[in-house]
Design a protein around this ligand. Sequence first.
Ligand code: CTP
Ligand code: MG
Length: 344
Amino acid sequence: GHHVSSQHVRIRRRELQCRFDIEKFTPAFLSIYESLVPVDEEIVKQKQLLLSLRKLVNKEWPNAQLHLYGSCANSFGVSKSDVDICLAIDDTNMSKSEILLKLADLLQADKLENVQALTHARVPIVKMMDPVTGIACDICINNLLAVVNTKLLRDYAQIDERLRQLAFIVKHWAKSRGVNETYKGTLSSYAYVLMCIHFLQQRTPAILPCLQELEATCVVTIDGTTCAYFDQVDRLRNFGVQNNESVARLLWGFFQYWAYYHDYANDVISVRTGRLISKQMKDWTRRIGNDRHLICIEDPFETSHDLGRVVDKYSIRILREEFERAADILQYDPNPSVTLFEPY
Ligand code: CTP
Ligand code: MG
């Protein structure tokens, strides 16, 4: 307890100043980013797979629609990611499980491989692999909020390329260090991207605006939740030009923030408002059921969802130690673009 926290205070004081030579690592981080971005050929294959699945599904359900969501559509997908697809279907005669089982049959008959219906998962899906393209794919049913939050992330990525650079490197760090596994109590990729967006909204001058606070040009209501925001992002292309921080500097700031400055006891990060909001205001101050709210990341549309709800009293320590390790590497290591990603 006390020993650890007094150590924190010492580190904090030492690190108020940015490393003076941090910018010199930007080329190395940018080349890591470039190596993670999928090549066009991969995107073409994903589109092909989507088209052939649409044909198959529409033979059985003419009015159903298939939407890409997650990293293959939000522009934060690294090379060789799985493809996430949402089947939007309005069949009142069949339950979700029955639809999934029927879908699994159709896929199996169409020679897709490793077809598996996971009807009891938290998000029920059918998993499969397409032997033609080698792409692995998960299909869920009627998860349209995920389709809309995918578009929100993609729209933010269009505003300033530094968001994609930062988020790719943060995701790569999280996977290398084993802190991108919700079943082990660490954070989802979706949560990390929201943390990056929020961080760039908070820079001075700001690098990203808050799209949900601007005049709404895109409004949809899904299961009673209204999703509204400004989506004409080509009009915001110059938003961040007053700020010339490069990716190495931003990474340094991102990890400093999560290691030494974020107020875990009181604050919630909120992309929806572009600000920090208080746990008190959301009534996230105590444990309710399994939601412990040890690190609070508000979902931009489902505002009662804390994406940090998976984090428990053990994994919060691991997570915070990893933030501190990353911050210290960016502060002192002679070769941060290598050390940061060393396997744990
Ligand atoms: N999602 C969500 N709520 C969550 C987790 C995920 O709505 N608590 C949705 C988001 O639309 C997200 C998608 O599910 O984009 C996939 O989530 P995730 O696997 O965390 O992110 P990916 O972007 O697919 O990342 P990865 O590259 O690691 O697969
Ligand atoms: Mg995914």
